[in-house]
Design a protein around this ligand. Structure first.
Ligand code: FAD
Length: 493
């Protein structure tokens, strides 16, 4: 009988847990080591005084990818669980208090869009159907596959594919071909921030994000997005994976062309046939591996933006807010420049609010509310140092001011407690390089597909990577695909 191979995984984020299941189901003895006391990483959860908050991810979008991956892991996700489609994806508020509710209901969309700009409903339909085609081509040819060599990515046939994927034009220039209204241009491009970039600099490929939302819908699991982590965790445990928390890796010990073991901060060491790093890839090269040349090269790459987040427990419910609300400031471009050029935050920021009590009353005590705010912010940059506590203070004032303008005059008086995260907090919480929580690496064309750092180390062939900073990128659907692709790479090795 052949002996079972062992795999150790650094990090119990979505990428680490999903990879663990694939390997355990294929005969590996798998052990996961997580630095924090709980799993989930950027899809973590916080409970306080009867309130519950999703710390990072709040939207379940691109459900077809979840379905595919969970089915392949043997987990029934949508069957018999309380994962519900939302009728309204999100409410978008503009500075003049004009509201546009992104909805699966086409008639509702038609009435709203025609009011903002006559003729824009048909344009929106075209933007969405073209964007959804881009999404499907992207899944088949770019996002959902491993690349073994550069010729598979940059070949003559793929030039046509890259043109179809609208990689030659910025998302902003592209949206201008559809809408005259600046509000509509903002509404159909702000989703670039999900992958940590500005629509002014990122390819129109990312028009696929609102297109996928408006085609496949947005879902929310009862219990919050952490339910996804719990489901993965339960399957991992029943497949024999063991988990160790409060166990930060300090070093990956290598000899010759092999990654031999993980050495932990407490001095203990674990040997394995295979090592998989779910921790942020540039961090792993910088802190856990000896090759400083590669780390310096990674340091010169582009990084996604970060976020200032507030979680408030309130003793009052504000029905004006929907489950997901997006506030887009008229200083949209200026705000993005403050984030991406100055590595700071706008004085009048665009921001997002998660109010899960609207669809899941278990997120707060009766007649109370749990609100989470995400405000795009620059990442930590040693050349553009910021006083993040001061920026957080200013951002809080700006957010409250905007809510007062909407009629939530007394909101400040009803905040019972606040928990907040700055880019520096994010960097520390999950070891994300520069606190670039939507990557960490940016998703420009030269950092995607074959050009994104590979999921197998080029020298230590038994060292693999999984998660948002390797192929295909950030966001839970991508991270789930990353786990599948990394597992395929390992199993075909
Ligand atoms: C504010 C915010 C909002 C978001 N919203 C959405 C959304 O609505 N929908 C969506 O799909 N996605 C969203 N995302 C993105 C999504 O949360 C991430 O893409 C995904 O959770 C990343 O998973 P991962 O496995 O790649 O990495 P992580 O979650 O970062 O997991 C890596 C794990 O490794 C651990 N680790 C690091 N260093 C070590 C070490 N030395 N030793 C041991 N363990 C270590 C970390 O603690 C962490 O648990 C959001 C992210 C943020 C931050």
């Amino acid at each position: 009988m052949t002996e079972k191979k062992s795999a150790v995984i650094i990090g119990a984020g979505i990428g680490g847990i999903a990879t663990a299941i694939y390997l355990a189901k294929n005969g590996y003895i798998v052990t996961v080591f997580e630095k924090n006391s709980t799993p989930g990483g950027r899809c973590g959860q916080l409970k306080h005084d009867g309130y519950r908050f999703d710390l990072g991810a709040t939207m379940l979008v691109m459900p077809a990818i979840y379905r595919e991956i969970f089915e392949s892991l043997g987990i029934p996700l949508f069957e018999n669980t309380e994962i519900k489609p939302l009728d309204n994806l999100y409410k978008i508020y503009f500075d003049n208090n004009e509201v546009l509710t992104f909805s699966m209901d086409k008639e509702k969309m038609r009435v709203q869009l025609e009011k903002i700009e006559p003729g824009s409903f048909a344009k929106s339909q075209k933007y969405v159907s073209d964007g959804y085609e881009i999404f499907q081509i992207g899944i088949n040819k770019l996002i959902g596959r491993n690349f073994d060599n550069i010729f598979q990515f940059a070949n003559f046939r793929n030039v046509g594919m890259l043109i179809k994927l609208k990689t030659y034009i910025s998302n902003w220039k592209y949206v201008k071909k559809f809408f005259h209204s600046s509000h509509l241009r903002m509404a159909y491009t702000f989703q670039n921030i999900y992958v940590g970039q500005s629509p002014f600099d990122s390819p129109a490929l990312f028009s696929m994000v609102p297109a996928a939302e408006l085609t496949e819908g947005s879902f929310f699991p009862k219990g919050g997005m952490y339910t996804i982590v719990e489901k993965l965790l339960a399957e991992a445990v029943s497949s024999g994976v063991s988990f160790h928390y409060n166990k930060p890796a300090a070093k990956i010990r290598v000899t010759g062309k092999k990654a031999e073991s993980i050495v932990f901060e407490d001095g203990s060491e674990v040997m394995a046939d295979i090592i998989v790093a779910n921790a942020d890839l540039p961090y792993v090269y910088r802190k856990l591996l000896p090759d400083k040349g590669k780390s310096r090269r990674l340091d010169r790459l582009k990084y996604s933006c970060s976020a200032i987040c507030f979680h408030w427990g309130l003793d009052k419910v504000y029905p004006q807010l929907g489950h997901h609300s997006v506030f887009l400031s008229d200083g949209f471009r200026e705000g993005l420049d403050r984030i991406f050029k100055d590595k700071s935050v706008s004085d009048h920021p665009s921001f997002y609010i998660h109010a899960p009590v609207r669809t899941d009353p278990t997120a707060a005590p009766d007649n109370h509310d749990s609100l989470s705010f995400i405000v795009g912010a620059g990442h930590v940059d040693r050349k553009k140092k910021q006083d993040w506590d001061e920026l957080k203070r200013k951002t809080r004032i700006a957010v409250i001011q905007r809510l007062k303008q909407l009629g939530l005059e007394d909101i400040e008086d009803h905040i019972k407690f606040e928990i907040s995260y700055t880019p520096e907090n994010w960097e520390k919480a999950c070891n994300i390089s520069r606190g670039s929580v939507f990557g960490s690496l940016a998703h420009n064309l030269l950092q995607m597909g074959y050009f994104r750092p590979h999921n197998q180390h080029s020298r230590y062939k038994n060292l693999f990577f999984t998660g948002g900073s390797t192929h295909p990128g950030n966001g839970i659907p991508n991270v789930l695909l990353s786990a599948k692709l990394t597992a395929e790479r390992i199993l075909n090795n």
